[in-house]
Ligand binder design. Structure first.
Ligand code: NAD
Ligand code: DAU
Length: 355
């Protein structure tokens, strides 16, 4: 079996669902269920004995050690993190606690467990750390896309905390020999995406007749990847990645934010036309920019393609259509995550800038 951390969040839940759809191997899913963790994402697995859900903190060494001793996983796939850049700007503490200290304690528990493994089990064990392209910093308009050799130059408290985790993971391999793998993925989108992030926020706000808050000039560029393509890449790295190596994962889909928001509006204009032939694009509102906002991310995913034969299967057009359809078909999921805590966050981040 494998141990997944953060498997009730956006990418983690997609990973667990995909894993169990194509694989008999059980999953122990350790998730603290913060505001971003949602047991409802895993409701399809109710009664499935291959899925063992444990609510708990990756920073709880005793709990992690107990889970490792009890379930004897052959791998840990580490998604758990505080993941939202804007939240890291308002309140960085939780990011240091979970992304740095939590990863450190998880590594300690993994190392102690791995050292006790014998023979084949020891050789086969992997610690896969799910990192981000944001650790590489920001690119100029004509600079080549990030390769795995790009220096770490994080610019937000979130990316700094992920960079710190990357360094710890690397050091546990270099110093202690722990068999680690690291992946750096670009922006994901798809089902179960929490509506504080750009794509689901825009769809949800558009449908609710609210403003679509585009930071600054909206010309910042992100490189979008459909979440199930990310999950497939992680499975492939786990299966055949070279120990100690990092792999970039990306969709080769660079889009300026404003272009993306307009594409969402155009899709909604077709799927849920407004009265009087109006467009959702009329709801676009430019608001104060994110402090320290990275201008451009772009991923060179050549290494994973060459070495492991992974390529994305969704285009941006097919992925975006699926994402919009998923939101339209799941109003109850959206309503359930828009709890009181969510409303407080929207008030705090947009400070009366949007209706
Ligand atoms: P998310 O915020 O949707 O989910 C994070 C999950 O981790 C939640 O279920 C939460 O409850 C859990 N968690 C948080 N703190 C925890 C703790 N201390 N102990 C146990 N569980 C805890 O995040 P996501 O978007 O699914 O991202 C998953 C991972 O992928 C993160 O490590 C993130 O840095 C990385 N990543 C995300 C993207 C993206 O576009 N979303 C891109 C590249 C990399
Ligand atoms: O690049 C990978 C990263 O992508 C992950 O490591 C992070 O966990 C994930 O949250 C994501 O970070 P971003 O900051 O790129 O994603 P977000 O959806 O918050 O913002 C995408 C872009 O849209 C960014 O340029 C900021 C902008 N934006 C975002 C929001 C929420 C807006 O213009 N308006 C908004 O209201």
């Amino acid at each position: 079996m494998i141990l997944v951390t953060g498997g009730a969040g956006f990418i983690g839940a997609n990973f667990v669902l995909d894993w169990l759809a194509g694989n008999a191997e059980p999953v122990v899913n350790l998730d603290k269920l913060t505001y971003a963790g949602n047991a409802e994402n895993l409701s399809a697995l109710q009664g499935d004995k291959r899925h063992v859900f444990v609510q708990g903190d990756i920073g709880n060494y005793a709990l992690v050690a107990k889970l490792l001793a009890e379930h004897k996983p052959r791998a840990i796939v580490h998604f758990a993190a505080e993941s939202h850049v804007d939240r890291s700007i308002h309140s960085p503490d939780a990011f240091i606690e979970t992304n740095v200290m939590g990863t450190f304690r998880l590594l300690e528990a993994a190392l102690a467990y791995w050292r006790e493994l014998q023979g084949e089990a020891s050789g086969a064990f992997r610690f896969l750390h799910v990192s981000t392209d944001e650790v590489y910093g920001s690119l100029g308009p004509t600079e080549p896309a990030f390769t795995e050799n790009h220096p770490h130059q994080p610019n937000s408290p979130y990316s700094a905390s992920k960079a710190a985790a990357d360094h710890l993971v690397r050091a546990y391999h270099h110093t202690y020999g722990l068999p680690v793998l690291t992946t750096h993925c670009s922006n994901n989108y798809g089902p179960y995406h929490f509506p504080e992030k750009l794509i689901p926020l825009m769809i949800v706000n558009a449908l609710a007749g609210k403003a679509l808050p585009v930071y600054g000039d909206g010309l910042q560029i992100r490189d979008w990847l459909y979440v199930t393509d990310h999950c497939a890449a992680i499975r492939r790295v786990l299966q055949a990645g070279r120990v100690g190596e990092a792999y970039n994962i990306g969709g080769n889909n660079e889009r300026a934010n404003i272009e993306l928001v307009k594409a969402i509006c155009a899709l909604l204009d077709k799927e849920r036309p407004l009265a009087g032939g109006k467009s959702y694009a009329q709801q676009i509102t430019h608001v104060t920019d994110r402090p320290g906002h990275d201008r451009r991310y772009a991923i060179n995913a050549g290494k994973i393609a060459r070495e492991l034969g992974w390529k994305p299967t969704e285009t941006f057009e097919t992925g975006l259509r699926k994402t919009v359809d998923w939101v339209l078909k799941n109003p109850q999921w959206i309503a359930n995550v828009q709890s009181g805590a969510y409303r407080e966050w929207i008030k705090k981040n947009y400070l009366g800038q949007v209706a």
